[in-house]
Design a protein around this ligand. Structure first.
Ligand code: PAF
Length: 281
């Protein structure tokens, strides 16, 4: 497996594979790989001949007060893990390679990004859709793999692909969880032991919501309040949002029907965690 840092080299490496009809899978990541990422790489390796894992901590998707500088990085470790999981190349460009001086072009999905995480992280999704489009242009993958944990991100990217006629299939893979139910995330490394223990409430509250729905509850407000109440039993938790929305347009629901996304974002100390579940009623 090779680690490639230059855009032109990356393109050259893929020309011959594409010419002989090999399928290319892309797994975009910001590195510090965990089992969630590895499940995407394994899936990509099953479904494609070549797997490119991009490792790039994308500055344009971080707000000025966010954790761009602190975001954990270890590309040597990532390379070992990615190779074991079936990657063919790691694409690890520098910031200057991706955003040279005088860079001024951005891709924006306008409405789906105004809600949920987009509300508390203005500009975040514009950074995501811009870098993902650049990666699609560089790699020209047949398929690209994203985790369901970032539910809004997957919906925004699917919309971008449709709206801009980007020639790539988006594959969304299930959330991978720790033993106590916490969704795997590179940001879990920021949590203190106590915060880490308390953060298990997120998955528990989603399971409770699922149970309420299974037992017939359809009132979104009742379920939202129950989730909030359970999360607030943890003294370190500070709720950003708890939302019951339509999976298709991310608009809030009052009475549950169809495909529903229950999404939440909660801070434990300085660490903002997200989690979600999709339920069809
Ligand atoms: O989900 C992530 O890690 C990032 O948002 C992505 C898709 C790699 C873009 O930087």
């Amino acid at each position: 497996m090779e680690v490639i840092t230059r855009i032109d080299t990356m393109r050259e490496k893929l020309i011959s594979s594409r010419q002989v009809g090999q399928k290319i899978g892309l797994v975009p990541t910001m590195g510090f790989l965990h089992d969630g990422h590895l499940s995407l790489i394994r899936k990509a390796a099953q479904e494609n001949d070549i797997v490119v894992v991009s490792v790039f901590v994308n500055p344009t998707q971080f707000g000025p007060q966010e954790d761009y500088e602190e975001y954990p990085r270890n590309v040597e470790r990532d390379a070992l893990l990615a190779e074991e999981a079936g990657a063919t190349f790691i694409f690890h460009p520098s910031v200057e390679e991706m955003y040279p001086e005088n860079y001024e072009t951005y891709v924006e999905v306008t409405d789906l990004t105004k809600v949920l995480c987009g509300r508390s992280r203005p500009g975040h999704f514009r950074g995501v859709t811009t870098v993902v489009t650049k990666l699609f242009n560089i790699i020209q993958p047949d398929r690209a793999y994203f985790g369901q944990k970032d539910a809004q991100q997957t919906i925004v990217i699917q919309k971008m692909v449709r709206d801009l006629n980007q020639n790539v299939k988006i594959c969304v893979c299930p959330i991978v969880r720790e033993k106590d139910g916490i969704a795997m995330s590179s940001r879990n490394t920021y949590l203190t032991n106590e915060e880490r223990m308390q953060a298990a409430v997120l998955h528990k509250s989603l399971e409770m919501a699922q149970k309420m729905i299974d037992e017939g509850e359809r009132d979104a407000k009742t379920i939202t309040k129950a989730i909030e109440k359970q999360i607030c039993t943890m003294e370190k938790a500070y709720i950003d949002y708890v939302a019951l929305v339509s999976l298709h347009n991310l608009q809030p629901l009052t009475v549950l029907s169809g495909d529903i996304l229950i999404a939440l974002a909660v801070k434990f100390g300085a660490t903002r965690l997200i989690d979600n579940v999709i339920i069809t009623v």
